[in-house]
Design a protein around this ligand. Structure first.
Ligand code: C2E
Ligand code: CA
Ligand code: CA
Length: 276
C-alpha cells in the first residue's frame, strides 16, 4: 500500500477493499438482473395465535446471482436504496406478490400479502398512483395488501409522504409498522399515523422464555401489545422460533405470529399446505 503525504492510503485494508468491490459489482449488476428476472419472492406465513390459522404472508425478495448464487435481501436492499433501483425492484415485488395472492384466492384462500416498502419508495411522488394501478390491474382487494414500513421510514414521514400514506389508506390498503420497538418511536406521532398493525421485532421475541412473564423482554412486549391495543392496532410478533415463545405471546395478547416455528420463508407452493 502506498502512503502519501496525507496518509490517504495508509489505512488500506484488503478485506474492506474486497467488500467495496463486491458492493460495486452487485449494484451495477442489479438493473440487468431485474430485466433478466434473477430476483424472486419467498413467502412466509403469518399465523393467528388464537387458532393457528393462516392470516397472511410476508413477501421477502431474494436474488439468484449467476455467479454468487442465492443472495438474501440484507446483501442488496441497502444498495438498491442507495442507487434508487429499489423503486423499480420494489414495484416488481409488489406486483409479483399481488399476482401470487390472486392465485391463492383462486384456490379459495385469501391471505393478506405483506410487502416491505423502503423509505425511498414512500418518498417517490408516483407511489400512490403506481400502487393503485397495480391493485386495479391485478384485481386484488386493497384490504388484502398490507405495506410494511419501518419506524424510521414512517416517523421521518411528514408532508407529502405522509399524505401518500393517507391516500393509500383511503384506497383501502393496510399499513404496518415493521420492527416496532427497535427504532425511533415518537409515540405521540404514532397516534396520528394512518396505520393498522405493529410488527414486534424478533429481537424482543428472542428473549421470551417459558413461564417468564416478569422478564424484561416479556414486560417490554406486554407494554408494546398494550400500547398497540390502546391505539386499536393489530399486533404481529416476528421471529417466533419456539412454542414457549408462542405460548407467552398468546398469554400477553399478541394477535398473530410469524417465524420458523410455523414456517421459514419459501416458494408459493409451501404456502399452499396452509390453504386447506
Ligand atoms: P424484515 O422485514 O424484518 O423480515 C423478517 C426477516 O426475518 C426475514 O429475513 C425473515 O427471513 C427473517 N425471519 C423470519 N422468521 C424468523 C425466525 O423465526 N427467526 C429469525 N432469526 N429470523 C426470521 P430476510 O428474508 O433475510 O429479510 C431481511 C430484511 O430485508 C427484511 O427484514 C426486510 O427489511 C428486507 N426486505 C426483504 N424483502 C424486501 C423487499 O421486497 N423490499 C424491501 N424494501 N425490503 C425487503
Ligand atoms: Ca418486514
Ligand atoms: Ca420485521
Amino acid at each position: 500500500a502506498k502512503v502519501d503525504g496525507k496518509n490517504r492510503w495508509a489505512a488500506y485494508d484488503p478485506e474492506r477493499n474486497a467488500r467495496e468491490i463486491a458492493r460495486i459489482t452487485l449494484s451495477t449488476a442489479m438493473p440487468a438482473a431485474l430485466e433478466r428476472e434473477e430476483f424472486y419472492v419467498d413467502y412466509q406465513p403469518i399465523v393467528s395465535l388464537a387458532d393457528g390459522k393462516l392470516l397472511g404472508v410476508e413477501a421477502l425478495v431474494r436474488w439468484t446471482h449467476p455467479e454468487f448464487g442465492r443472495l438474501g435481501p440484507d446483501r442488496f436492499i441497502g444498495l438498491a436504496e442507495e442507487t434508487g433501483l429499489i423503486v423499480p425492484l420494489g414495484r416488481w415485488v409488489l406486483e409479483t406478490s399481488c399476482r401470487q395472492a390472486m392465485k391463492w384466492r383462486a384456490m379459495g384462500a385469501s391471505p393478506t400479502v405483506n410487502v416491505n416498502l423502503a423509505a425511498r419508495q414512500v418518498a417517490e411522488p408516483g407511489l400512490v398512483d403506481e400502487i393503485a394501478g397495480i391493485i386495479e390491474d391485478v384485481g386484488i382487494p386493497p384490504t388484502s395488501l398490507q405495506l410494511e414500513l419501518t419506524e424510521s421510514a414512517i416517523m421521518g414521514t411528514t408532508g407529502e409522504p405522509l399524505e401518500a400514506l393517507r391516500r393509500l389508506v383511503d384506497l383501502g390498503v393496510r399499513i404496518a409498522i415493521d420492527d416496532f420497538g427497535t427504532g425511533y418511536s415518537n409515540l405521540a406521532y404514532l397516534r396520528h399515523l394512518p396505520v393498522h398493525s405493529l410488527k414486534i421485532a424478533g429481537s424482543f421475541v428472542e428473549g421470551l422464555r417459558a413461564g417468564q412473564l416478569e422478564s424484561v423482554d416479556a414486560q417490554i412486549v406486554t407494554a408494546l401489545v398494550s400500547l398497540a391495543h390502546t391505539l386499536r392496532l393489530d399486533v404481529i410478533a416476528e421471529g417466533v422460533e419456539t412454542s414457549e415463545q408462542a405460548d407467552l405471546l398468546r398469554r400477553i395478547g399478541a394477535d398473530s405470529a410469524q417465524g420458523w416455528l410455523y414456517a421459514k420463508p419459501g416458494p408459493p407452493e409451501d404456502v399452499e399446505r396452509w390453504l386447506t
